[in-house]
Design a protein around this ligand. Structure first.
Ligand SMILES: Cc1ncc(COP(=O)(O)O)c(C=O)c1O
Length: 448
């Protein structure tokens, strides 16, 4: 236990008052939280002036680095006009521009944008719209959602009901809606003995079976396209999504793409659906939408879905948040989209993606798998072959601590050390990030 007189007095105040998300506070007895005082580019600076590379882009939100002059300017320009206004019976320029831009940049089947204020709620919106659509179009028995056992879509109760990960759902299982979990792709431990680069998504079989057997009661199916983030950056090939889209179309099932983590350039293209010519029914977006400045999310859907809600007063979509479409957030999102789409920005990611691939070789010789999709990479560490380390060893947590000593803010998911840096990271910084992470891993594994 670190004695209180050895800790910054503001951290002591934090420990007395604040309850942090996804945190076992007992851990703070030995390693208190870092008091970050400022952030610049890809770095965070604590009160003592120590610098940490923000390897996971502050929970995958930051695209253009911290304290970016253009984003600051967009924010303050809007602040001078209006900080917030409700979004029913009132509209505003930043939201109108943003809705237009999102529709223009996403697949052509999207015509409408519903704003809310975080990733989980954008999923709630998609689920509720899907249920209400079927109810209003004569298929009220469609009330369930299929989801992948490795899927994560947020932690509010609705979103949790389509989350497959025990760590998030077990304690709440009894109150969750009875949706349909499906075995999904697990390319590292592929039960078919295939490779993700060359397979034909043979693992689609359980999904096909579930959807065919339950088509009458399935409203929709939700997936994180290409990368199942919280499951440990589990990556799978686009052919799985193509099969999924085809079966959803043939069985009249809504397809919900949760691109909250993978959207806005993370995979090397703006959106997975647009890059792979896929047309989901709903697209959930958040995180990078404001480049990590302010909470905002959007659920995109088609004019066809929207038209089922248009007409009688009783047909309206009853869903609102006090801060829906906050103008400051929308203004920063508009600037973010400009920056993502001008000067061939996405092309500039190509050498960085190649640098990550090259850097992956640093992990050769470690048991496990180094995997990459665009600007997202992960090293899954295992004890031997594919056997996991015992949880009480807390290998990932030890690596996190080692990272702090060496100027990296990592936050492994279990024993998966992953990298989702701000997109503006340079090739040189990528090399430093990966080399340092490799050193951290070696230091921890050597201790045994
Ligand atoms: C794929 C995915 N969906 C939904 C969410 C939930 O977003 P939020 O934390 O903003 O509620 C997350 C957050 O990590 C996510 O990665």
């Amino acid at each position: 236990m670190v004695p209180e007189n050895k800790i910054d007095s503001d951290i002591v105040r934090d420990l007395h008052r604040v309850w942090h998300p996804c945190t076992q506070h007992k851990d703070y007895e030995t390693v208190p939280p870092i008091l970050v005082e400022r952030a610049e580019g890809i770095y965070l600076y604590d009160r003592q002036g120590n610098r940490y590379l923000d390897v996971i882009a502050s929970w995958w939100v930051n695209l253009f680095g911290h304290n970016h002059p253009r984003l600051n300017e967009a924010l303050t320009a809007q602040l001078d006009k209006m900080a917030h206004v409700m979004f029913a019976g009132i509209t505003h320029q930043p939201a109108i521009d943003l809705a237009d831009a999102l529709v223009r940049l996403s697949p052509k089947g999207f015509g409408k944008v519903f704003f809310s204020d975080n990733g989980s709620t954008s999923v709630e919106v998609a689920l509720k719209m899907s249920l209400q659509y079927w109810r209003q179009t004569g298929k009220a028995e469609k009330t369930q959602f299929a989801y992948l056992k490795g899927g994560y879509h947020g932690e509010t109760l609705g979103a949790l009901s389509v989350c497959g990960l025990d760590i998030f759902r077990t304690k709440f299982e009894k109150v969750l809606a009875p949706n349909l979990p499906v075995d999904g792709p697990d390319c590292f431990r592929c039960p078919y003995g295939l490779q993700r680069e060359s397979c034909n998504a043979e693992c689609f079989e359980p999904m096909e079976k579930t959807l065919c057997e339950n088509a009458d009661r399935v409203a929709g199916v939700i997936v994180e396209p290409l990368v199942q983030g919280a499951a440990g950056m589990m990556m799978y090939p686009p052919v799985y999504l193509k099969k999924l889209q085809a079966i959803c179309e043939s069985l009249e099932i809504h397809l919900i793409f949760d691109e909250i983590a993978v959207g806005f350039g993370r995979t090397g293209s703006l959106f997975v659906c647009e890059a792979h010519d896929l047309q989901p029914t709903f697209l959930c977006l958040s995180k990078g939408i404001t480049s990590g400045y302010l909470p905002l999310s959007a659920t995109l859907t088609s004019d066809k879905i929207y038209s089922a809600f248009y007409g009688d007063r009783s047909d309206l979509f009853i869903h609102s948040h006090s801060y829906s479409a906050n103008p400051l957030a929308c203004a920063v999102a508009n600037e973010t989209l400009k920056m993502l789409t001008e000067n061939n920005f996405l092309q500039t990611l190509k050498p960085k993606i190649a640098a990550i691939k090259e850097g992956g070789k640093l992990f050769d010789g470690l048991a496990g798998e180094f995997r990459q999709t665009g600007m997202i990479a992960a090293m899954e560490l295992v004890k031997d072959k594919k056997e996991k380390f015992s949880a009480d060893k807390r290998v990932g947590y030890q690596i996190f601590l080692e990272g702090l000593k060496r100027g990296l803010f990592l936050r492994p998911l279990g024993d998966v050390v992953y990298f989702i840096p701000p997109l503006v990271i340079t090739e040189e910084e990528i090399a430093v990030m990966l080399t340092t992470a490799r050193d951290c891993i070696h230091a921890v594994l050597k201790k045994g």
